[in-house]
Design a protein around this ligand. Structure first.
Ligand code: NAP
Length: 322
């Protein structure tokens, strides 16, 4: 099969190449997926560049996320799954068979059935962003009836955080940095959209009501804002590291009795991932999750695709291996 791969860390144009490799066979408990779209996430270029290195087993086909069709199953997997449309979760975590190839092989529970009528583009956008958003939203309990602030609501994680929180009964306020992103966040269902650069951002969010939980993409930049709008004892759940670690204002955090939580998808317990995929399936079936704008690249342009993600493309970058 044709696959994008790398065998050392470095710049995209230096280490990513396209090769023919043997098409993988699914082992016991695995399924093989014929990939229609491979979804790119920041973790993919960070791993490839070596800034958050992950071990390479000979070679690494990048990208966790993808959508396609199961075309072979390993021992112990229901053969009835052949022909099923699926989206993938953490396909390249500890495995060489990422989705930037014509086929990927994943444990059966990491190929999640895609409900009828849901596009492959949306399917390939879900894995890292929607599962991370779900974990951030639910690790500290249900969101129903709560007020949630999603920082960066036009980002991939932010987008699915708004949609999942809204679907499961929360009111959502969000922050963005400009008009195009504000429009995306409104379309996702945010009840209040605020420009986080506006000096009156805290005031505007407070008018929405006290916030129970913040889903945070930039803790250092936003901690003062978060503490200004959070209920006493509320949670700030952070899923992204900024280039420089923040200096934590311990007194301000104590005054707010705030609970700080950090989420890294690679270490989320298996049962929480299962719960996320179940809830995401429920939301997909109800048509409550939507596509962000997509930017499509061919497999030969996988380096450009990763660079576009690194440059902060608004929406999702997808690679088509066909
Ligand atoms: N912990 C995990 O397991 C996990 C999982 C997924 C992603 N991540 C990390 O999370 C980050 C975002 O991922 P993504 O896929 O959602 O990226 P993305 O689609 O590029 O979105 C990032 C968003 O963050 C916003 N942002 C940046 N600084 C902000 C600030 N100070 N206040 C509010 N919003 C701000 C950006 O908006 P503006 O440009 O308008 O500021 C942008 O919309 C990446 O660093 C990624 O590596 C971590």
């Amino acid at each position: 099969m044709r696959a994008a791969l790398f065998d050392r860390y470095g710049a995209s144009s230096e280490v990513l190449r396209i090769e023919n490799v043997e098409t993988p066979e699914p082992g016991p408990g695995e399924v093989r997926v014929k990939i229609e779209y491979s979804g790119v996430n920041p973790t993919d270029w960070k791993s490839r560049r070596g800034s958050t290195p992950r071990p390479i087993d000979g070679f690494q086909i990048p990208h966790h996320d993808g959508a396609g069709v199961v075309d072979a199953v390993g021992e112990g997997v229901d053969p009835g799954r052949i022909g099923q449309r699926v989206w993938t979760v953490l396909a390249a975590a500890g495995r060489r068979w990422g989705t930037a190839a014509q086929w990927s092989v994943v444990p059966a529970d990491r190929a999640v059935p895609l409900p009828d009528g849901i596009s492959a583009e949306l399917g390939a956008s879900l894995g890292v962003p929607a599962v991370t958003a779900h974990r951030c939203l639910f690790a500290d309990g249900p969101v129903e009836g709560k007020s949630i602030l999603v920082a960066g609501g036009a980002g991939a994680v932010g987008h699915f955080a708004i949609e999942l929180a809204t679907f499961f009964g929360a009111q959502v306020a969000t922050t963005v940095s400009g008009a195009e992103k504000a429009e995306l966040a409104r379309k996702a269902g945010a009840g209040l959209v605020v420009n986080y650069r506006d000096p009156s951002a805290a005031e505007q969010i407070s008018s929405f009501g006290p916030i129970d939980r913040v889903i945070e993409v930039a803790l250092g930049a936003n901690l003062s804002l978060d503490l200004a709008v959070l209920k006493p004892g509320g949670e700030i759940v952070t899923y992204a590291a900024e280039p420089d670690d923040p200096a934590l204002s311990v007194r301000a955090c104590m005054n707010a009795n705030v609970i700080l939580r950090f989420v890294l998808l690679y270490g989320v317990p298996a049962d929480a991932i299962q719960r996320a995929t179940r809830d995401i399936t429920t939301a997909l079936t109800a048509r409550a999750l939507t596509e962000l704008p997509v930017h499509k690249f061919g497999l030969d342009d996988v380096a450009a695709a990763q660079d576009a993600c690194e440059a902060g493309a608004v929406g999702k970058v997808l690679v088509s291996p066909a």
